[in-house]
Ligand binder design. Structure first.
Ligand SMILES: Cc1cc2nc3c(=O)[nH]c(=O)nc-3n(C[C@H](O)[C@H](O)[C@H](O)COP(=O)(O)OP(=O)(O)OC[C@H]3O[C@@H](n4cnc5c(N)ncnc54)[C@H](O)[C@@H]3O)c2cc1C
Length: 423
């Protein structure tokens, strides 16, 4: 179609199916293949193991190893998913895997939060050195941990008390503090820790550090017993005079000194270490929530067609059928936000209305709502551990809490759309 065509000609061409539009919502063959491949793994390996590892509340190393063997867990896999210029492959992979089970999904994808921090803050040399170590090898897989939260610094990242001091004589950083709620904390080979290099500057004085495997002074604290995603390990991490080489500061000292100097002069810094990591990962986290929601929706849809009461399948009641219709609509709407934000992130677009936060907020809340409805549709069975929607509801709840609570997402969105420093 030429630029000079009349509106009538353009409409006629479009109706004849000959419009050469570059816009398409259709997934590519590559994306479809990857989706089906991950779905196959989720269906045949993850889902059958879900209940067992939820009850054991332990990291499912054999499942992680299976994922590593097929290339789903590892640097190459992640790089391949990330390389897709549309940005959709990563959320598609996450949705399918978490459709299988969120606890196991998190034990497989928890590492990627630390990897995202290295990507967001590190130099190319640091990426090459540390990212492969985050995953280990298929024969001997490892996990990584991203440690930002502390007992008194959850939503309020600026309250981080962990400090990093530079020892010029030895070119080492000495880190002291306590991290809380760290996914894979203490069992990880590589820990990425957010610490303050200048307490006076709040979050603008933060930097991200890699704690290499086996570093003295980096120890696991209490392991947390949780409501959901119980196959994923969560624990405190203690950092006591933890000495790491100068090269473990992500981005390097020169860049940090320049940034701190800019902040001290009152100039704008490009953004804080922890916030950059969250921006990169929020749509992907939303996709995980979507996977749980879809799993619960599909299960309850099948159940509603099978379960008979008053002489007919319960889906023949509008109360049930309309609920399922709403569940389907909410999931579709959340997926569109997730895909849009993922595309924006990959295309380097500014999240001018906090679309990353929007996608995570919506998907997290949809997952909680849908799984709760799924329990209702299953009635008494939904409330038991004999049926998976009970576990899905417990798993879904974390998606309104971690990576920024729903309230914090609303804070970020309201500030972005209004320009007002809403509190
Ligand atoms: C299973 C699990 C895994 C986790 N994994 C990691 C990890 O790998 N790495 C990591 O660094 N952290 C991790 N976290 C920590 C998680 O990110 C925090 O729990 C989360 O940011 C909330 O912090 P908080 O728990 O201290 O709650 P608080 O910040 O104390 O919030 C409590 C309540 O107050 C509300 N609130 C707080 N401030 C405001 C405000 N300004 N306006 C309105 N409401 C507000 C919150 O929304 C929330 O409802 C994990 C947590 C869990 C439970």
């Amino acid at each position: 179609m030429g630029a000079t065509d009349t509106a009538e000609q353009q409409v006629a061409a479009a109706m004849a199916g000959s419009a050469d539009s570059t816009f398409s919502m259709e997934l590519s063959q590559d994306q479809l293949d990857i989706r089906d491949w991950v779905h196959g793994f989720a269906e045949s390996v993850v889902r059958p193991a879900a209940s067992e590892w939820d009850e054991r509340e332990e990291t499912p190393w054999p499942v992680i190893q299976e994922a590593a063997k097929i290339g789903l867990y590892g640097f190459e896999g992640l790089a391949q998913f990330w390389a897709d210029p549309s940005g959709l492959t990563l959320p598609i992979v996450n949705e399918e895997l978490f459709w299988g089970d969120a606890g196991i999904g998190m034990s497989i994808f928890g590492t990627s939060l630390a990897v995202a921090a290295i990507f967001g803050n590190g130099s190319p040399d640091q990426l090459a050195e540390w990212v492969p170590q985050c995953f280990g090898t298929p024969e001997d897989p490892k996990v990584a941990s991203f440690c930002s939260s502390e007992p008194d610094a959850g939503s309020d990242v600026s309250a981080i008390r962990t400090v990093a001091k530079y020892d010029e004589a030895t070119d080492e950083w000495v880190i002291n503090g306590q991290k809380a709620w760290a996914t894979n904390g203490g069992i990880a080979d590589v820990h990425v820790v957010i610490a303050s290099v200048d307490r006076e500057l709040g979050s603008r004085g933060h930097a991200a550090f890699v704690i290499p495997p086996g570093t003295k002074g980096c120890e696991q604290g209490a392991k947390v017993k949780k409501h959901g995603i119980r196959a994923s390990h969560t624990a405190d991490v203690h950092l006591d005079d933890c000495r790491i080489p100068g090269s473990c500061l992500l981005g390097g000292k020169e860049k940090l000194d320049e940034r701190i100097a800019r902040v001290r002069e009152g100039k704008k810094s490009k953004g804080q270490a922890a916030m950059r990591t969250f921006e990169l990962s929020r749509p992907t986290v939303g996709a995980q929530a979507l996977g749980i929601a879809r799993a619960a929706y599909e299960y309850s849809l099948d159940y509603a067609k099978e379960r008979q009461q008053f002489g007919k399948p319960i889906i023949e009641n509008q109360a049930i059928a309309f609920t399922l219709a709403d569940m389907a609509v909410e999931i579709e709407a959340a997926r569109m936000l997730v895909w849009h934000a993922s595309w924006m992130g990959r295309a380097g677009k500014d999240f001018d209305s906090a679309q990353g936060s929007m996608s995570k907020l919506k998907a997290g809340e949809v997952a909680v709502w849908v799984t709760e409805r799924a329990i209702q549709i299953l009635g008494g069975n939904g409330y038991t551990r004999e049926f998976p929607v009970e576990r899905m509801a417990r798993d879904a709840k974390i998606y309104t809490i971690f990576e920024g609570t729903s309230e914090i997402q609303r804070l970020v969105i309201s500030r972005a759309i209004s320009g007002v420093h809403v509190r």
